[in-house]
Design a protein around this ligand. Structure first.
Ligand code: AMP
Ligand code: MG
Length: 401
């Protein structure tokens, strides 16, 4: 088995292990952020009836002569009312959103008319169908509005409401167990003793799971013993995906792989030609994807975005293509030979509107500053030499919001 693989190989192997999440039905108001499991069709046409697009007067154009005469105002139609047919030789006052009465073939806006008591004088002849939104103009009854795999944004939610989707079929959120390993870890609320550090991977990765549409189990802690890792594996048996952080490299106490081997895990790879994140293990346990992220917080977060986010999106039926845009480097970036570099960069627009990128501080995989102050990743392929200022790189924005 090839265990030291390229980034592209690793991404394919991860996506191959994705399993579609089952469907569930949720109420409309809970659907934001979820992914549609089935296409949505319109219940009813949109607009549902011929609608006035303006406050004005509904008229029959044939009654207007050259368009500058007067007509009696027979009635007023407000939004939500059901109008009678337009009596011949009259106009009716009509409000935006009100149904256009049968017989009317144009709406003259109030700005193009002068009302005096019960009569109205027009300033010109309206075009046929002026300011009338016809029934079914932008959606016919039963037409497909959204396809499976669509993310329910606030904008999509409004559309779902307008087409009568009171409940929505979505993919269940993948349950992702986040397991930070290490005898040195204390909770972020605690005070580290000698030799200890605060756990940043647990909270950080949990937030990344949620931002990617998953449901977090944990964060759990695993101590660097076979027994404790076995305990955590028992505690996370319900998870769809297991994400370990730390304990996957070459140290004496890097026991995650052994603990998983003891349960029969099958590995696709455990090293990737990349920086940060060379020690990255991926496999399956009882058919469930298992990821062993490196312990250094920058490596863990970057590898989550590069591999785990697409894995979760694939399970939800969402697109997984990497979206990049060209950016010109403001400063050089060093690249290790033969490794794909994920540089954390901040971007700006130059006066010509060109996107420019510069390293977001020190690039060490333990320096969490670069995560906090970057806008995304610059990809420097494995066969590149050091990239000088002025080089154009593929920039991938963090997809956190
Ligand atoms: P490991 O892969 O377990 O050898 O960890 C690599 C480095 O990452 C070590 O310096 C660890 O102390 C650090 N590290 C591991 N887990 C965490 C964590 N949850 N939060 C912060 N740093 C961590
Ligand atoms: Mg460790």
């Amino acid at each position: 088995m090839d265990t030291f693989v390229t980034v592209e190989h690793a991404r394919r192997a991860v996506l191959d292990a994705a399993r579609p999440m089952p469907e569930e039905t949720v109420a409309l108001r809970s659907a934001v952020g979820r992914t549609l499991a089935a296409p949505v069709v319109a219940r009813g046409a949109q607009p549902p009836f011929d609608t006035s697009a303006m406050d004005g007067f509904a008229v029959r154009r044939a009654d207007l002569g050259d368009g500058t005469g007067e007509l009696p105002v027979a009635a007023t139609i407000h939004a939500g009312e059901v109008p009678s047919p337009l009596p011949p030789g009259t106009a009716v006052a009509i409000m935006t959103g009100a149904p256009v009465p049968a017989g009317a073939d144009a709406v003259v806006p109030v700005e193009r008319a002068t009302r005096t008591g019960d009569t109205v004088r027009f300033h010109g002849l309206p075009e046929a169908a002026a300011h009338i939104r016809h029934a079914g103009e932008w959606l016919s009854n039963g037409a497909q509005v959204l396809s499976a795999g669509s993310l329910v944004t606030p904008g999509v939610l409004g559309l779902l409401a307008s087409v009568g989707a009171a409940t929505v079929e979505v993919r269940r959120k993948p349950r992702v167990a986040v397991i930070a390993t290490g005898d040195e870890l204390v909770d972020a609320t605690g005070t580290p003793g000698p030799g200890q550090i605060r756990d940043s991977n647990g909270p950080g990765l949990a937030a990344q799971v949620e931002a990617a549409g998953g449901d977090v189990s944990g964060p759990h802690w695993g101590r660097d013993t076979a027994e404790d890792l076995a305990r955590v594996l028992d505690a996370t048996a319900e998870a769809d995906v297991l994400v370990f952080a730390g304990g996957v490299s070459m140290g004496e106490r890097d026991l995650v792989r052994e603990a998983l081997d003891a349960r029969g895990a099958e590995w696709a790879f455990w090293k990737v030609r990349q920086r940060p994140g060379k020690p990255l293990a991926f496999g399956t346990l009882d058919g469930r994807p298992v990821v062993g992220l490196p312990g250094n917080p920058v490596s863990a977060a970057v590898c989550f975005e590069v591999y785990v986010r697409p894995l979760l999106l694939a399970g939800l039926g969402r697109p997984t293509d990497r979206v990049t845009e060209p950016a010109t480097l403001d400063a050089p970036i060093a690249t290790p030979a033969g490794l794909h570099t994920f540089a954390r960069v901040a971007v700006r627009r130059d006066p010509d509107g060109r996107l420019c990128a510069s390293p977001a501080g020190a690039q060490g995989s333990h320096v969490a500053l670069s995560l906090a102050f970057s806008d995304g990743l610059a990809h420097l392929p494995a066969d590149w030499d050091d990239a000088p200022a002025g080089a154009v790189v593929a920039f991938e924005r963090w997809a956190w919001w």
